[in-house]
Design a protein. Structure first.
Length: 158
């Protein structure tokens, strides 16, 4: 992979049904529950706080969401685009950010029997500033490790 791009994958086994995890993790409240206290994302204009990614008819550009460090200080924005929903409990986000020429986030929630599931996030990004990918990859990995830690705390590990 060229140094101008970065990617990684992270998975967690959770002690909750896939449908329950999916229903919460695709809401603004769920995304922010995973991100806090590191960051918070605003809801794009025109969408209400009850909106869920799972309800989007893709492909659709949702609009700009501000990323707030500690939930307060703007440090980046994400012009969110949902390329696809499904099959099953899955979405593909294809966005641009102030800092990223391309941000690809694919999330899949797969059932592991009745009371458990596995959540997998695949991330690929291309910074606007060439050569920053090797520096940003550990930051993004740590952020998603935090998100998965928060999911395991909420649902338990399977």
């Amino acid at each position: 992979m060229p140094a101008r791009e970065g990617s990684f994958e992270i998975s967690s086994r959770l002690g909750a049904p896939a449908a329950e995890v999916w229903a919460f993790a695709t809401t603004a409240e769920g995304v922010n529950a995973e991100l806090m206290p590191i960051a918070r994302m605003t809801v794009p204009r025109g969408l209400d706080g009850d909106f869920a990614i799972a309800d989007v008819v893709a492909p659709r550009r949702l609009g700009r969401s501000w990323l707030l460090l500690g939930g307060l200080i703007p440090f980046d924005w994400d012009d969110i685009g949902i390329a696809s929903i499904g099959p099953g409990f899955a979405f593909s986000e294809r966005s641009t950010m102030l800092s990223q020429r391309a941000w690809h986030h694919d999330r899949r929630v797969e059932p592991l029997g009745e009371g458990a599931c596995v959540v997998t996030d695949r991330i690929r990004f291309e910074p606007r500033v060439p050569g920053l990918a090797p520096l940003l990859r550990p930051v993004f990995r740590l952020t998603f490790r935090h998100r998965h830690r928060r999911l395991r705390r909420r649902y338990g590990a399977a």
